[in-house]
Design a protein around this ligand. Structure first.
Ligand code: TXA
Ligand code: MG
Length: 327
């Protein structure tokens, strides 16, 4: 199993693999990423093959800073304000791609726009600095599965597909970055994530519009694409525990049960709950329980992103749109 503690030597080796077109999984402050040299089309194609993604949806490009972002994307006034406030950090911006960018077209799925962020994790940053090129990196899980917040999660999903897994310990936020379309004057949130929309509104002194990541997808409840899917069935808004169910709890008042229980945050802290979410889903799945009951989680702050991921985990499997959507 290619898990290596992310020291200086390991980071040099990882950059060497990336330069040779191989895949390296690395920690960010949100989740582990499956990285490839974003200027190498063959390497980017290997990401889609490894994840088993059924189509080439666009990937996030990771850069060191605003200077590197500006080589590939047109930075609007809004983008600069957001970058000043939140980079490096878990905020991804969708911007117009520059025609002279050296990125492979496969990274953007042929779109004229680019999703870019500067991660705030010492290992991710050291790797970007050593490589000297942008890194395309989706979450390092097989398509449709739970995102990895620990190196061992990556090994379980993709261990035989990567040259190396850089181990930087458990990730701090535990949820993917917030995605904002910053092409115009009005910010549009395309994916709720590790930075709550309220925090962004506070900094901008302006409303953030809620948009859809993939507006062409039907969003009627029965057709919601299943994603972050554990093996177990997931039942949301549970106020009791039924026969055979494991319990994903939140807060101090937990219904009685003899089955497995993980409390995302006994204190009811949404930041702590976000950091624990994906590892908790994996652990309850591993308990073998056929179903997981999930207690209600407030929809404010990071609760918006947590509930978004839980709804995807609970969505019906195998429908026409299932697995066509990797957020
Ligand atoms: O926290 C994160 O963002 C993690 C870590 C590894 O950085 N990465 C991540 O990447 O979540 P991924 O590929 O799993 O999710 C990328 C999302 C996809 O839903 C994709 O559709 C969207 O970003 N996306 C990428 N480029 C886009 C674009 N040009 N316009 C709109 N959405 C885009
Ligand atoms: Mg993902």
């Amino acid at each position: 199993m290619p898990i290596v503690k992310a020291d200086e030597e390991a980071i040099r080796d990882a950059a060497e693999h990336l330069r040779a077109g191989r895949l390296v999984a690395f920690p960010t402050e949100t989740v582990y990423g499956l990285g490839a040299d974003a200027t190498n089309g063959q390497a980017v194609a290997a990401i889609f093959a490894a994840k088993g993604r059924p189509r080439f949806n666009p990937l996030i490009v990771h850069v060191l800073d605003v200077g590197h972002a500006g080589q590939h994307a047109r930075l609007t006034t809004l983008a600069r304000r957001l970058i000043d406030a939140f980079w490096p950090g878990p905020l991804t911006l969708v911007l117009d791609k520059r025609p002279d960018s050296s990125l492979s077209d496969l990274v953007t799925g042929g779109l004229a726009t680019l999703a870019v962020r500067a991660p705030d994790h010492p290992v991710a940053r050291a790797l970007l600095a050593e490589l000297g090129r942008p890194l395309a990196a989706p979450s390092a899980n097989r398509s449709g599965r739970i995102s990895p917040t620990q190196a061992a999660h990556v090994a379980a999903d993709l261990g035989d597909k990567v040259a190396m897994i850089l181990d930087g310990g458990p990730t701090a936020h535990g949820l993917e970055s917030t995605i904002i379309d910053a092409r115009g004057e009005v910010p549009v949130q395309l994916r709720p994530g590790a930075i709550a929309v309220e925090t962004i509104e506070l900094v901008l002194g302006d409303r953030v519009v809620r948009g859809d990541l993939e507006p062409e997808l039907p969003n009627a409840p029965g057709q919601l694409a299943s994603h972050y899917a554990p093996e177990a069935q997931v039942r949301l808004e549970a106020r009791d525990v039924r026969q055979g169910e494991a319990l994903l709890a939140f807060g101090p008042r937990v219904p009685p049960t003899d089955g497995p229980v993980i409390n995302l945050s006994p204190a009811g802290d949404l930041t702590e709950a976000a950091a624990n979410l994906f590892a908790a889903l994996r652990a309850l799945d591993a308990s073998g329980a056929p179903a997981i009951a999930v207690m209600p989680i407030p929809d404010r702050g990071l609760g918006e992103a947590i509930n978004d991921r839980l709804r995807r985990a609970a969505a019906p499997r195998g429908g026409p749109t299932a697995d066509h959507f990797d957020i």
